[in-house]
Design a protein around this ligand. Structure first.
Ligand SMILES: C[S@@+](CC[C@H](N)C(=O)[O-])C[C@H]1O[C@@H](n2cnc3c(N)ncnc32)[C@H](O)[C@@H]1O
Length: 303
């Protein structure tokens, strides 16, 4: 198969795991990696067998290795948290163009938080009274809205904006632009989304245009450390290790008493560590939201 603009290559991973990890693995594969997953029904025994299909637009040995490392690191982390044996993964390359659109079948319009619907571009959706709709094509970027951390963060955004709409918002690690677009639809004055992945920036810009939000939301590839200005709310759904390095930037960019919402954090040690580090840097921890093993944390800046 040739790799043209419309085609993707696929790799499949066969995962043998302790069934305890099923929900967390499926959640991660579908929500974060944009994969589709099926359970192998013809295999007997106590272990669970999952087949997953990951799309890959520009396949090089390097990008393939990155995908593999990302999944393998996550599975190792999960096995440690749940104290079960590490899942076994075997990889296979699929070179059949039909696969490139199969995952879309599973992506249907859904309510990500009260009053906000996510609808993929290829599904017709008519908004009901009082509903706001984000139309999107996630492409290769993270953020279809299926992952718990995205909906938890949007719950906070909705609450904060219901209180006060006059908010300048920074969305760090914008991915598809989903959090920033949600904030814009809930009435934010201005949103800046940034991402260190150029493909995410391209996809987010496309989605912002698709939703006619260009006058409210900008998207940039600029690193966090180079962002100027002041914001009333910063949201960052990234990962624990990256968030820990961002304390100074968040502190410099937030107005006094500004809101900070952090997610991509696992309940337990990661959550405790984030609270310890941020409360040690002039932030007051105010509220936590949790779904399954994931948390989103709300802080306000005190000094
Ligand atoms: C888990 S995704 C979140 C996507 C979306 N905001 C959501 O909530 O669904 C994390 C995003 O952060 C981006 N990212 C990771 N580290 C970053 C950094 N240091 N600066 C900016 N973006 C970063 C990744 O490229 C990815 O798009």
């Amino acid at each position: 198969m040739k790799n043209n603009e419309n085609s993707s290559f696929w790799i499949s991973a066969h995962i043998i795991t302790n069934p305890t990890l099923e929900e967390a693995i499926v959640d991660y594969l579908v929500g974060v990696m944009g994969a589709s997953v099926e359970q192998s029904v013809d295999v007997k025994g106590p272990a669970l067998h999952l087949n997953t299909y990951l799309k890959e637009k520009n396949p090089t040995s390097e990008t393939q290795q990155l995908l593999r490392n990302q999944l393998e690191c996550y599975l190792t982390e999960l096995a440690t948290i749940f104290q079960v044996e590490k899942p076994i993964i075997s990889w296979k390359r699929i070179e059949d163009q039909d696969w490139s659109n199969n995952w879309k079948v599973h992506f249907k319009p859904f309510a990500i938080t009260e009053g906000l619907i996510i609808a993929p571009t290829w599904e017709e959706y008519t908004a009901q009274e009082g509903e706001r709709v984000i139309i999107m094509d996630p492409g290769m970027a993270f953020g279809t809205g299926h992952h718990a951390t995205t909906s938890l963060t949007l719950d906070f955004i909705r609450q904060i904006l219901a209180h006060d709409k006059d908010q300048r918002i920074l969305d760090v690690g914008t991915g598809t632009g989903i959090l920033g677009m949600g904030a814009a639809l809930f009435g934010a004055t201005h949103v800046l989304g940034i991402d260190n992945d150029p493909e995410a920036v391209r996809v987010a810009l496309e989605n912002v245009s698709l939703n006619n939000l260009d006058s409210v939301m900008d998207v940039s590839h600029e690193p966090l450390q180079q962002i100027k200005g002041s914001f009333n709310l910063i949201v960052a759904n990234i990962i624990h290790d990256a968030l820990i390095t961002m304390t100074d930037s968040f502190s410099n960019l937030l107005v006094r008493e500004g809101n900070l919402v952090l997610s991509g954090i696992l309940h337990g040690e990661q959550e405790k560590n984030i609270i310890r580090v941020f409360t040690g840097c002039g932030f007051l921890f105010t509220e936590k939201k949790q779904r399954k093993e994931w948390v989103a944390l709300h802080f306000t800046k005190t000094d």
